[in-house]
Design a protein around this ligand. Structure first.
Ligand code: CO
Length: 662
C-alpha cells in the first residue's frame, strides 16, 4: 500500500489481488435508478414492471441503500401511470430483501407542493414506515428545519433512519459570497445533528457543486459533526463525477449514483466508472463490475419505452446554463415547456435574466421543488404579463403563501413592496407569521375522510386524496374501475414501443405523408395516439394495435403548440353545463369573457351560472405547472356560462367563463 492520492490510499497490484475486499474505509453507495434516475431523465415515468426485471440482481450488488420512492414518483404514478405508489414499495420489498429502501421526503410538503397540516404529515410518514421505507431523506426547500419536526417525530418513533438533508445553493458561481458559505452549511449540519439526524446529506439538486467546493465542504463537515456525511449531486453541469471523486478524497461516507442507462445528462454519475476508479484503494466499493454490467444490459431493454420523455433537443449531454442560472434540471425543462405552451419560447432569455431578480425579491431561497416552480412560474408571469419591470401584476397563490410565511423562513427577508402587494387581499391576513407553518394549519384529515368517502377504501387511498385533491380522486376512480383508464395512461408493450419508434424514425427521415382530415381513412378501433415532435413541429401519430395503417398528420394549425400534457380524461364532477369548445360558448355583445391566460387545469369554479359576481372577485382557480392562479372577475355582473368543469384541461385563450355585466 501506500501511494497517497489526496487522501485515497492505493494498493499495489499485488496487494489488490488479495486484499480487494478488505478496503479500510469503503465508500458506501446509494443507488438512485428507481427514483431520481428516471425522474431526472424520463419525467418520472419509470414503471414498477421494468424495475422488477432487475430487482433481485440489484439486491446483490451491495448498495448501502436504494432510493425507490418519494420525490415526484407519488404524483406521477397517480397522475400519469395509473399505478398505486404504496403498492410499488410493497412489491419491490418482496424482491429486494437485503438492501434498505430510502425515500425523498419534502419535509412538511411530503410529496406534494405545499405545507400540509401536521395530521396529514403524521399519517403519511407512519404509512410510509408501515409500507416498507427504511431511510427518510428529509429536506425543506427553504432549509427551515422547523418543517422537519413533525415528520422526524414519526420517523424516530418508528426507529427508522432520519437523514437530514441540506439543500445546496449558491449566491454566485462558486461557493462564497455572502449567504451560502461553508459556515452556512456547517451551522445547518450542527442543527441537524442536534435534531438527532442519523446521517446528513448535502443535496445538490441542480448539479452545481464544483469539485473543489465539494472537497472543502465535505472536509469542513467531517470536522464539524460526528454523523456520516452523504453527497447527492447531479451530472447536469458536467461536474458530477468529478465532485464525487473529490468528495471521496475528502472523506465523504456515502455517495449517490445511478446504473449507467439511467446516469448522466440531468441525472447522476454512473456507478460503473467509480467502482473501477476506486478499485484497489482504501475506499474500494467492493462491488462486482460484471454484475453491474449484467444489470445494465437488462435495464437497457426497457429504455425505448421511455426515450419519448427524454430531452433530445440537443446533442450535448451537459448544460452550462445550469452553472450560470442555478436551475435544477427539471425546472429548466418545465420553464421551456411552459413558455412553449404559451407560444412564448422566444422570451426564454428574458426569463433567465429576470429569474435572479425574482429570487432575490423572494428572499434568495434555494431553488428546489417546490421553490423552483414557485420562483420559475412567477418569473414567467412577470415576463409575460408585467407592463413595467418589477410590477408583479400576476402573483401566484404560492408566492402569496410564501410571503405570508406558510413555507417557513426565507434565507433573506422578502422584498417588502412585493410582500405588501402579495398580501393585499390575502385571506389569512396582511401580517406575515413567524412561527412554524405547521402551527397555523388546521387539521386536514377529517375533511379528507369526508371528501374521499365512497372512493377511498383505506387510509393509503385517503392520503392520495389528501395530497392531490383533483388528480387523486381521478386516480382512485381508475383504480377501482369506476372510470375508464385513458389509453395514454396504460403501459405500452415493447412491441407498441417499437412501432411508435419506427414511426418517429420515419417522421425524422421526412417520409411521413400528410393526410388532410377528409381523406384520412376511417379511424380503426383500438387506436393509440402518440405525440411526436419533429423539428419543433408537433405530429399526432396514431398507431393501430395490430400495427396496420398508421396515420400521421400535423396536429393543430400553426402556430404549433405543445399538446396538452398526457393528462387523464376530464371528469365531470360538478353539475356544470356540458363542456363546449370555446367557439360554442354563447357570448352576446357586451358580455365579458374570461380567457385562459395560460394552459392548465381547472382546479375549481368558485361561482356557478346565475351567481352575482363583483369586480376583482376570484371566480375560478387554474393550475398551471402545479401553481395555482386565482382568476379574478373583470367586472360586476352575473355569471352567464361556465364551459368547463373541475379537472378539465384548458388551452391558452380558451373561454373559461362568461359574465353579463351589470
Ligand atoms: Co436529485
Amino acid at each position: 500500500m501506500k501511494m497517497d492520492n489526496h487522501g485515497v490510499l492505493q494498493m499495489t497490484q499485488m496487494q489488490y489481488a488479495t486484499d480487494r475486499r478488505r478496503a479500510e474505509n469503503p465508500v458506501k453507495v446509494q443507488d438512485l435508478t428507481f427514483r431520481d434516475g428516471h425522474q431526472s431523465l424520463f419525467a418520472t415515468r419509470g414503471r414498477t414492471e421494468d424495475m422488477l426485471v432487475v430487482a433481485e440482481q440489484m439486491d446483490k450488488v451491495g448498495f448501502y441503500s436504494m432510493e425507490v420512492w418519494g420525490g415526484a414518483t407519488f404524483d406521477t404514478m397517480t397522475r400519469y401511470l395509473n399505478e398505486d405508489p404504496w403498492e410499488r414499495i410493497r412489491v419491490l420489498k418482496k424482491h429486494i430483501r437485503n438492501t434498505p429502501f430510502s425515500m425523498l421526503l419534502r419535509g412538511q410538503n411530503l410529496v406534494g407542493y405545499r405545507n400540509y397540516a401536521d395530521d396529514v404529515v403524521e399519517t403519511f410518514v407512519q404509512r410510509a414506515c408501515d409500507n416498507g421505507i427504511d431511510i427518510f431523506r428529509v429536506f425543506d426547500a427553504l432549509n427551515d428545519f422547523r418543517n422537519f419536526e413533525t415528520a422526524v417525530k414519526i420517523i424516530q418513533k418508528n426507529k427508522k433512519h432520519f437523514q437530514g438533508a441540506i439543500c445546496y445553493s449558491l449566491t454566485e458561481m462558486r461557493m462564497g459570497g455572502e449567504i451560502y458559505t461553508i459556515d452556512y452549511y456547517v451551522k445547518k449540519a450542527k442543527e441537524l445533528e442536534k435534531m438527532g439526524a442519523d446521517t446528513i446529506a448535502i443535496k445538490d439538486m441542480a448539479g452545481i457543486i464544483s469539485p473543489y467546493d465539494a472537497y472543502n465542504l465535505i472536509k469542513a463537515l467531517k470536522e464539524a459533526v460526528k454523523v456520516p456525511i452523504h453527497l447527492h449531486t447531479h451530472f447536469t453541469s458536467g461536474m458530477g463525477d468529478l465532485a464525487l471523486l473529490k468528495a471521496v478524497e475528502a472523506g465523504v461516507d456515502i455517495i449517490d449514483t445511478c446504473m449507467a442507462p439511467y446516469a448522466y445528462r440531468t441525472s447522476h454519475a454512473a456507478i460503473e466508472p467509480l467502482v473501477v476508479t476506486l478499485l484497489g484503494t482504501n475506499r474500494d466499493t467492493g462491488m462486482d463490475i460484471k454484475l453491474l454490467d449484467a444489470i445494465d444490459k437488462e435495464l437497457e431493454k426497457a429504455i425505448p419505452k421511455y426515450m419519448h420523455y427524454a430531452d433530445n433537443t440537443k446533442y450535448s449531454i451537459i448544460d452550462t446554463n445550469v452553472i450560470i442560472h442555478q436551475t435544477p434540471g427539471g425546472m429548466l425543462s418545465n420553464l421551456v415547456n411552459q413558455l412553449r405552451q404559451m407560444d412564448a419560447l422566444d422570451r426564454l432569455d428574458e426569463v433567465f435574466e429576470t429569474l435572479p431578480k425574482v429570487r432575490k425579491d423572494l428572499g434568495m431561497i434555494p431553488l428546489v421543488t417546490p421553490t423552483s416552480q414557485i420562483v420559475g412560474i412567477q418569473t414567467v408571469n412577470n415576463v409575460l404579463f408585467d407592463k413595467k419591470p418589477g410590477e408583479y401584476s400576476h402573483i401566484t397563490e404560492q408566492v402569496k403563501d410564501l410571503c405570508y410565511g406558510l413555507y417557513g423562513e426565507t434565507t433573506r427577508p422578502i422584498n417588502s413592496e412585493v410582500r405588501a402587494k402579495a398580501l393585499k387581499d390575502y385571506p389569512r391576513g396582511q401580517k406575515p407569521i413567524t412561527k412554524r407553518p405547521g402551527d397555523v394549519l388546521e387539521p386536514e384529515m377529517p375533511g379528507i375522510k369526508e371528501q374521499a368517502k365512497g372512493l377511498a377504501k383505506d387510509i393509503d387511498d385517503e392520503l392520495i386524496v389528501a395530497l392531490y385533491p383533483v388528480t387523486g380522486p381521478k386516480f382512485l376512480k381508475w383504480k377501482y374501475g369506476l372510470e375508464e383508464v385513458p389509453a395514454d395512461v396504460k403501459p405500452l408493450s415493447i412491441e407498441e414501443v417499437e412501432k411508435k419508434n419506427a414511426l418517429i424514425e420515419k417522421a425524422l427521415a421526412g417520409k411521413l405523408v400528410e393526410c388532410p382530415d377528409k381523406e384520412a381513412p376511417e379511424k380503426p378501433e383500438n387506436i393509440r395516439t402518440f405525440d411526436v415532435f419533429v423539428d419543433g413541429e408537433y405530429f399526432k401519430v396514431e398507431v393501430n394495435e395490430k400495427g396496420v395503417p398508421a396515420i400521421a398528420r400535423p396536429a393543430a394549425a400553426k402556430p404549433v403548440s405543445q399538446p396538452k400534457p398526457a393528462a387523464p380524461a376530464p371528469v365531470k364532477a360538478d353539475p356544470v353545463p356540458a363542456k363546449a369548445s370555446k367557439n360554442e360558448v354563447a357570448a352576446a355583445d357586451g358580455d365579458q369573457v374570461i380567457h385562459a391566460p395560460m394552459p392548465g387545469m381547472i382546479i375549481s369554479y368558485e361561482k356557478k351560472v346565475g351567481d352575482t359576481v363583483k369586480y376583482g372577485e376570484t371566480v375560478l382557480v387554474l393550475e398551471a405547472m402545479k401553481m395555482y392562479n386565482n382568476i379574478a372577475c373583470p367586472c360586476d355582473g352575473v355569471v352567464k356560462a361556465i364551459p368547463f368543469g373541475k379537472g378539465d384541461s384548458v388551452g391558452k385563450g380558451d373561454t373559461l367563463l362568461v359574465v353579463s355585466p351589470k
